[in-house]
Design a protein around this ligand. Sequence first.
Ligand SMILES: [Zn+2]
Length: 503
Amino acid sequence: MPIRIVTGGISQETNTFQWQPTTLEDFQRGSSAIHRGEDILALEGTGTVYGGVIAEAKRQGIELIPTTFARAVPGGRVTRHAFETLCEEILDGLRRAQPFDGVLLVIHGAMALEHHDDGEGLLLRAVRDLVGPDIPIVSPLDLHTNLSDEMMALADAFVGYKEYPHIDTAETGARALQILVETIRGNIRPAMAHVRLPLIVPNQSMVTTWQSPLKTAIDRAREIEREPGVVAATVLGGFPFADVPFAGVSTIVVTDNDPVLARRYATELARICWDLRETFRIEPTPIPDAIAEAMAAPPGSVYVLADIADSGASGTAGDGTAVLKGLLEANARSAAVAQIMDPEAVHACIDAGVGATVTLRVGGKHDGLHGEPVEVTGMVRLIHEGSFVLAGPMGKGTVASRGKTVVLEIGGRDGIELQLTELRGHPNDLNFFRAFGIEPTERRILVLKSAAHFRAAFEPIATKVIEVDAPGISSPRLERFDYRKLRRPIYPLDPETTWSPEA
Ligand SMILES: [Zn+2]
C-alpha cells in the first residue's frame, strides 16, 4: 500500500489595517483562486508550494489526495463565511479520504479572520480534532508568518521559506512533504521548539537579496539544518501590518526526537535576531530626491522606485498616488507606473475608448491612507482584460490578473505610462509591463507598488532600486501604525524592551 497523504489548505496574508474584508468572492477573482480536487494537482510544474509537493510525491510514489486549496491576494481580514465554507470543504475532503497516513496542510501563517486573530490556529484545530492525535500534520510556512502558540501545539512540524522574495516556495513544499513522509515511515519523530521575540520589524528588512538582518539569522538556520539530528530550522520575520497579539519575529527548530536540541537552536536563532534588533530599520528616500536622481542618471539607466508603503502583496489599498504626483510635478519622462487600482477610472477609460484623450482623477479613493486623488490627462493607449502568465522567478507559470487594465499615456510617447487596474496587484514579474506592451528594460523609471517581491525579477534589470517614502499601510515606519492588540512591550515601539531566553 502506498502512503496516503491528504492535502489542502487556505492561504491568505491579512493586513488588519485594510478595512475591506476578504470575502469568498475575493478568493475567486483576479490572481486569487480556489483549487478543488484535481485542480490542485494541476499546479504541477509551477513555482509554488504545490509545484514542489506534487513533484516530491511523484518522486517518492506517495498517493496525494487533494481536497480544497484556496489562496487569496493579501488583503483585509477573511470573513467568517469564507473561512467556514473553505474549512468545511477541507474537513469534508478529509472525511472522504479516510483512511490516510498524514496531512499536508498548506497555509500562509498570517491569516486573521473577522472573528478571530489566528486563522491558521483555528484551521489547524479543526483538522486536528478530525484526524485525532496520531495522524501527523505538517505545514510549510510563509516567511511572514505570525506564529501563535496554538499553531505550534497543533502541528507536528513546520518548515518556513528562507527567501524573500519567496523564490523557494516549491523547495519548501517538497521539504514539508519529505518531513511528513519520514514521520509516517517512522524514520523520524519530530520534536519542535519555538521562540517568539518581543520584536516587530518592517517587511523590507527581511529581504534576502541583500545581507539584511533577517538573512543573517537565516544563513545560520541553513547551517543548523546540516547538523545531525536537525530536521528543519526556520526564522520567521512575521507580518508587521497585522495588529494581532502574536505578530513579529519568531524561530522554529524541528529535531528528530530531541526537544532540548530544538530549544537550544531555536533560542540561538532568536538571539541572533535580538542582537541585531537595532539594524532592522529602513530609511526610505523622499520621493522628489528619488525622482531627481533617476532623471539625472545616464541614458539607458533603469531606476526602480519601489512604493513600499502601498504594496499589493501586503494587502494595502493599491491606489496610492504619492509617487505619481511626484512624477507629474517633476515632469518626469520615460516613466512607467504599475499600477494604480481605480475601477472607476478604468471604466471611464473603457467608455472613452482606445485613442481617446481623457482627464480623470485617479487613485487615493480607497481609504484615505495612500494619498489624495490626482488629476491626470492622457491618451488611452491600451485596454486589456488583465490576465497574463508569470515568467518568474516567483510564481512561474501561474496566472496573475488585476482585472480590466488600461494603459494611459500621459505627456506623449516618452512621458508617463500609467496602468490603471480594477483590482490591486503586486508587480513581482516583468510581465506586469510586457503583457501591456511596455518594455521595462527600456524605461528610465519603473514605479512598483511592492515591498520586496519585485526584487526577484527587477533587481537583475535595474541600475538602482530606491525605496521611496510614501504614505500607506505597508510602510516600514511602524511607529505610524495604531496597534491595539499587539503584545507590549515590543521593540522598537517600546525602546526599553528587554529579552533573555528562558533558563
Ligand atoms: Zn510572505
